[in-house]
Design a protein around this ligand. Structure first.
Ligand SMILES: CC(C)[C@H](C(=O)O)[C@@H](O)C(=O)O
Length: 439
């Protein structure tokens, strides 16, 4: 019987010809990623269970990325990065993207930024491989036809010691997206539409496989936006079949060989949903859940206090190009925070020209706050001095991926998740705004 992309990767990683959903299998891990929030806990469990002097299973297959709470005076947050640094030195970890100078990240060429985008930009997201990360948005890398999922510190510590993990094979839900994307829709609208349809528990412990002609036409950044938010529907992982777009992106960033695998034509799906994207409209997720969907135009009476454009799912180069498309030559009415996901994205804001102006010039002329140093910043609140943190019960339109109570700081703050178009259009009016008003 045929297998899905996820089943095929897991079969290969467990040394078997075939696997079925529900089976518990041991898989060999290609890459383990951890960051400043969960790395210290993972390292603690690893040392406790394997011994203080034990070496990790493979220092070339572990990636340590400080990204969450780094530009802060908070001592405990800073200590977390120190723990990662000490561990990287002690173990000879090959990929440790350090931040040594917290005051001026530009001085440190090793610093990358938000782990999920940094993993892609550094060539760690390869088709056919197995990636585990101590972060729920590790599913981002499914965009490359990789099996990628978030795990807890205990599982990560086990991988550190053995390079293996016992997991249950997830069943696959397929989402076929066809049709011409209207010029007012972005990938974020599609995934918010899907999560609104199936709910935040609609894909619990299942793969969300995205297919169809619309997906084939998408850039890698769009595909990452889709897969990144599989976890917001409870998904174990997201997947998209690798194609020429994928190969071009990956080969430009790594010379490591990889072997893509593909869903068989007779594979069995848990469910199969189809969308004609030409019929969809810009949407938002209202407070306080990513599945609390409404049409952007239905929320036009919601007055907002700020706009936030950033994070792994909404702070990539193309996200800023989309925002610039709306903001060019206009003036924002509310404070507008810009947080590039990575240092590469940050550099793009100053080098990429959009209709003759750099993106950063467009933003500053429109009255946005100067782009911040790349990091997760206020996407998940963070210490009080975190850039863009919501320290008051205000209302924000944000391109991030979660809007739970307290997610960006204050517990009563209200977050409307939206595409970069909708976020930028809302910045121009001070209300939740359908981007068609400016396109
Ligand atoms: C800090 C980390 C454990 C967390 C996650 O796993 O998702 C964070 O990145 C988030 O987005 O909420």
């Amino acid at each position: 019987m045929g297998m899905t992309l996820t089943e095929k990767i897991l079969a290969k990683a467990s040394g078997r010809n075939a696997v079925e959903p529900g089976e518990n299998i041991w898989v060999d891990v290609d890459l383990l990623m951890t960051h400043d929030v969960c790395g210290p806990g993972t390292i603690g469990v690893f040392k406790r269970e394997f011994g203080a002097d034990t070496k990790v299973w493979n220092p070339e297959k572990i990636v340590l990325i400080p990204d969450h709470y780094i530009f802060t005076a908070d001592e405990r947050a800073n200590r977390n990065v120190d723990i990662l640094r000490d561990f990287a030195q002690e173990q000879g970890i090959k990929y440790f993207y350090d931040i040594t100078d917290r005051g001026n990240f530009k001085a440190n060429p090793d610093y990358k930024g938000v782990c999920h985008i940094a993993l892609a930009q550094e060539g760690h997201t390869r088709p056919g491989e197995v990636l585990f990360g101590t972060d729920s948005h590790t599913c981002n890398a499914g965009a490359f036809g990789q099996f990628a999922t978030g795990i807890g510190n205990t599982d990560a510590a086990f991988i550190m010691g053995t390079g293996k993990l016992l997991i249950k094979v997830p069943a696959t839900m397929r989402f076929v997206l066809d049709g011409e994307m209207p010029n007012y829709l972005l990938a974020k609208d599609l995934i918010l539409q899907i999560i609104g349809d199936i709910s935040v528990a609609g894909a619990n412990y299942r793969t969300m496989e995205f297919a169809g002609e619309t997906v084939s036409r998408m850039t890698m950044e769009d595909r990452m936006t889709l897969c990144n938010m599989a976890i917001e529907a409870g998904g174990k992982n997201g997947t998209i079949a690798a194609d020429d777009t994928t190969f071009e992106y990956v080969r430009a960033r790594t010379d490591k060989p990889f072997e893509p695998v593909y869903t068989d034509s007779d594979a069995k799906f848990y469910s199969d949903r189809r969308y004609d994207v030409s019929q969809l409209e810009p949407v938002v997720a209202q407070p306080h859940s990513p599945d609390n969907r409404a049409l952007a135009r239905e929320c036009s009476d919601v007055k907002i206090d700020r706009v936030y454009i950033g994070s792994c799912t909404g702070g990539k180069t193309e996200d800023f190009i989309h925002a610039a498309h709306i903001l060019k030559g206009q003036r924002v009415k509310v404070p507008t925070y810009l947080v590039p996901a990575t240092q590469k994205v940050y550099n793009d804001l100053f080098t990429i020209k959009y209709e003759g102006q750099s993106l950063s010039e467009i933003f500053l002329q429109a009255g946005c706050i100067e782009p911040a140093a790349p990091s997760c910043a206020a996407c998940l609140g963070g210490p009080k001095d975190t850039f863009g943190r919501m320290n008051k019960p205000e209302v924000c339109v944000s391109t991030t991926n979660r809007n739970f109570p307290g997610r960006m700081g204050d517990k009563s703050a209200q977050i409307y998740l939206a595409s970069p178009y909708t976020a930028a259009a809302s910045a121009l009016t001070g209300y939740v705004t359908d981007p068609r008003e400016f396109l």
